[in-house]
Ligand binder design. Structure first.
Ligand SMILES: Nc1ncnc2c1ncn2[C@@H]1O[C@H](COP(=O)(O)OP(=O)(O)OP(=O)(O)O)[C@@H](O)[C@H]1O
Ligand SMILES: [Mg+2]
Length: 187
């Protein structure tokens, strides 16, 4: 494999941006609050003049990953693509937020392995399954109950809880505003 040498460096791009690139990796059940919190965090960072981007699961599945379904193999491939895109964006000097269930420990570990120490901030949006099902923002839990949806995380597809996330948000009992304040302490 040949690596093409490029002249403009990541450091130069970061200097132009006025901050380092990093990735804030949100993980949690459907309805736990990943999109809500990533979005709220981006609003604050953007207002502070930081260069940001939010990769959100639902939107990525309309384009980059529209050929994938929700089997284990497709979930793994989805996360691989997102991790690689996030790596490119971090190389571009951006603060990237990712909002994907990312249910498997091995895939989160793979994503982390693409980044240097301190560049990858894993955020566990820890909301109890019952609370996620009660919110049911997209009506997916109701669909599962009617037997119209298979391979649903937390029901008939596993969610492996993070063991040592950089940030652990108990988002069932903590308001979105408090969660964002906690996140800002870690950046
Ligand atoms: N502390 C909290 N943090 C985040 N969201 C909360 C909180 N408390 C209540 N909510 C509500 O919970 C819902 C979370 O939905 P959201 O779409 O963000 O979940 P998600 O994790 O992105 O799910 P999915 O994986 O299906 O995309 C929103 O309606 C939000 O307003
Ligand atoms: Mg979401």
């Amino acid at each position: 494999m040949y690596t093409q040498a490029l002249t403009v460096t990541r450091q130069q791009r970061e200097q132009l941006n006025g901050h380092a690139g990093k990735v804030i990796w949100f993980t949690g059940l459907s309805g736990s609050g990943k999109s809500t919190l990533a979005n709220a965090l981006e609003v604050v960072l953007h207002a502070q003049g930081r260069r940001t981007y939010l990769l959100d699961g639902d939107n990525i599945r309309q384009g980059l990953s529209k050929d994938l379904d929700f089997t284990d193999a497709s979930r793994v491939e989805n996360i691989r693509r997102v991790a690689e895109v996030a790596r490119l964006m971090v190389d571009a000097g951006l603060i990237v937020m990712t909002a994907f269930i990312s249910p498997f420990r091995a895939e989160r570990r793979m994503a982390r392995s693409l980044f240097a120490q301190g560049e990858f901030v894993e955020v566990f949006v820890d909301t109890p399954l019952e609370e996620c099902a009660r919110r049911d923002v997209k009506g997916l839990y109701a669909k599962v109950r009617r037997g119209e949806l298979k391979n649903f995380t937390g029901i008939d597809s596993p969610y492996q809880r993070p063991e040592q996330p950089e940030v652990h948000l108990r988002a069932g009992a903590t308001s979105p505003e408090q969660c964002v304040a906690l996140l800002l302490q870690h950046l």
